[in-house]
Design a protein around this ligand. Sequence first.
Ligand code: BG6
Length: 489
Amino acid sequence: MDPVASTSDPDLDLFIFGATGDLSVRKLLPALYMAHLHGNLPAGARILAVGRQALSREGFIQQVLGGARQFIEARALQAEAWDRFEALIDYVALDATQAEDFVRLARHSRPGAQRVFYLATAPSLFTRICAHLAGAGLVDAQARVVLEKPLGHDMASARAINAEVGRFFEERQIFRIDHYLGKETVQNLMVLRFGNAIFEPLWRAPFIRSVQITVAETVGVGSRAGFYDGTGALRDMVQNHLLQMLCIVAMEPPVSLDPDAIRDEKLKVLRSLRPMGPAEIARDVIRGQYTAGTVQQRAVAGYLQEDGVPPDSRTETFVSLKAHIDNWRWGNVPFFLRTGKCLAERCSEIVIDFAGQPFSLFPDTYRSAGNRLVIRLQPEESVQLQIMAKEPGSGMKRRPVSLDLDLHTAFTERRAEAYERLLIDVIRGRLTHFMRHDELEAAWAWVEPILHGWAAQGDAPRPYAAGTWGPAASSALMARHDMQWSEEA
Ligand code: BG6
């Protein structure tokens, strides 16, 4: 990563609202420390941590250090660099509902500084914070605001956030974060598709038979029941992370790398998603909820037994579904999306399943050519192309083998975490890897009918034992199309 620090940079005042919260301690402050360690924060950067708790600066720094010890690799946590980083931080206790508190906050900001406001708070506070920032004279033409998900609970609330934040910030000043867009392999997907000519002619129907996008987690709901139970997997993961990955897989080549050129193409994909009616929702969308089980040799409680989860909760912790993109390129190619908590393995991947050959010359039972391109995001970053090869020995028997590219071996450079990369993008004013208002709304427009459909069906999510790959109905969804999830193939 090329350093951004330069003496010509304006001073940077980075405000983090919700600074004592989980995201800030676990991700944002460690990411800022790493950016600082590698010379990627501007020379005149300061971090103004803003929270509700009445803490002294020292008290806050102790909290940050506690988080750093847990969430920063020990060898990166260097005493001297940490001391210099600490010196950039100040803490301001503030009640987001009180306009006077923002007037007090304004005294901490330097005139002429580039201001970035990172709102890592409940979305219900976004509007009020923006209004009070503007009221205190903190929002100028160069200010930027970063909005952390969830960006709304449904279409109406997402629209309201867009409209309200839009009263104080122009679209070019608004950075809607989806941290999946900051992941190296997700960004690499653009290069794989548009930086190589060999895939493009095949990247369409009828040469692609199906696409699978999986984000499987082994963790459960943990201490986040308060948030998660009112959210569920569809809103938490599908509406944003999975649909954003689908966009990058399915979009047309943009005319340039300009943020709007890319976001225009992603928007077209979202708008081409075939709307789901009650029949499709009942047939093609599977929702599940984990019950007690064993995840990687660890016994785990069921979702309903987790702290803070109501005993009759119907919140889904698993979703798999079949989507279609109604356009020329993707006519009738199913896109299977799947995500869940407490699954068998932590694995995020995109699988492009190429069509089989029209006629087989070989004396084996493989019906298709078995060609799959597997793009792994997590736990390892790799690209594999599965091909058929001749089995050694006499005869002409085929067997699937894989061409493997391990991106960690191929590139030895340090790989920044998604949040570090995205924070640097915000500081540089680069919008490419952030969602535009219309993308957000188009994603809700497709997801919301599913939520309504579930409410109308009135049934409970299907149970699945923790440590499995979700309800059996998820495999049956694939089987109906004579297909299998990648771990079953
Ligand atoms: C977050 C969700 O956006 O993404 C979490 O709110 C989820 O529920 C997380 O665990 C997964 O992110 P990652 O980077 O660990 O795959």
